[in-house]
Design a protein around this ligand. Structure first.
Ligand code: SAM
Length: 238
């Protein structure tokens, strides 16, 4: 999703969509994300993690309930900052970090389109945010916060291009509503997310914005027959 003008009005609409989709879903998020991704969420994240080398300071955009952030803090024993739009999710993430004794963490409630920290990170990661934001705002802000030589890597769902895979994809989202009938808070997701994905051009937009912002070796990796993708690039220097 990208209106490319960065106007406050459209930003409010994007925030409203995110609130409509995820309101009240925090405690069930991790299990439903597993089901909604055909059990592939962990694999897609593992592929993202394989690109992270000797991190000291990681920024995780849209950290949500902390699936990726907590894994990175634990696995790499480094500083991790999370930015998240919704308090419900960020509170859960913060509580889980405390329960696991992960103290080298910082949690910021804010909109990734607007937050610019006076800090630098050697890795900036994100899962499932690009389709909800104006990438012409987010990418340059992230590149400003990226240390020379640092890696910026984004992952999200994508609408597949091959027709028979599209059929599987569409059926799956229709069935998710039935499978999750005990969790009506998720109904808006099954109703609205397929169209958000069909309309999104986040892969091409991220690639173009990363190149425009001066990142090098910008690469797109399709995952699971292009039901997901990773896009990453490196800041020149060092
Ligand atoms: C599907 S969840 C993914 C959470 C987490 N990254 C993960 O992989 O489990 C999408 C997240 O993006 C967050 N989000 C959407 N737009 C955002 C924005 N503009 N700024 C910060 N977070 C945003 C939502 O609040 C939600 O937590």
């Amino acid at each position: 999703m990208s209106d490319q003008d960065g106007s406050g009005e459209n930003s409010d609409e994007r925030e409203e969509l995110v609130e409509t989709l995820f309101h009240g879903t925090g405690t069930t998020y991790d299990d439903i994300a597993h089901l909604a991704t055909w059990g592939r969420d962990r694999k897609w994240k593992e592929e993202l993690l394989s690109h992270i080398k000797e991190p000291a300071r990681i920024l995780d955009l849209a950290c949500g309930t902390g699936i990726l952030l907590l894994e990175m803090a634990q696995r790499f024993d480094c500083h991790v900052t999370g930015i998240e739009l919704r308090k419900e999710y960020l509170d859960l993430c913060r509580q889980r970090a405390a329960a696991r004794g992960l103290n080298d963490t910082n949690f910021i409630l804010g909109n990734a389109e607007e937050v610019v920290l006076d800090e630098q990170f050697d890795h900036i990661t994100s899962c499932y945010i690009p389709k909800y934001v104006d990438l012409s705002l987010v990418v340059p802000h992230m590149v400003d916060m990226l240390a020379p030589g640092g890696l910026f890597i984004m992952q999200d769902f994508a609408y597949p291009k091959v027709p028979w895979v599209q059929v599987l994809f569409d059926d799956h989202f229709e069935r998710m509503r039935e499978r999750c009938k005990d969790h009506p808070d998720w109904n808006e997701v099954w109703e609205l997310l397929p169209d958000v994905l069909k309309q999104s051009t986040w892969i091409e937009d991220t690639e173009a914005e990363m190149q425009k912002a001066g990142l090098t070796d910008v690469t797109v990796v399709e995952q699971s027959m292009r039901m997901s993708a990773l896009v990453y690039g490196r800041k020149p220097g060092q």
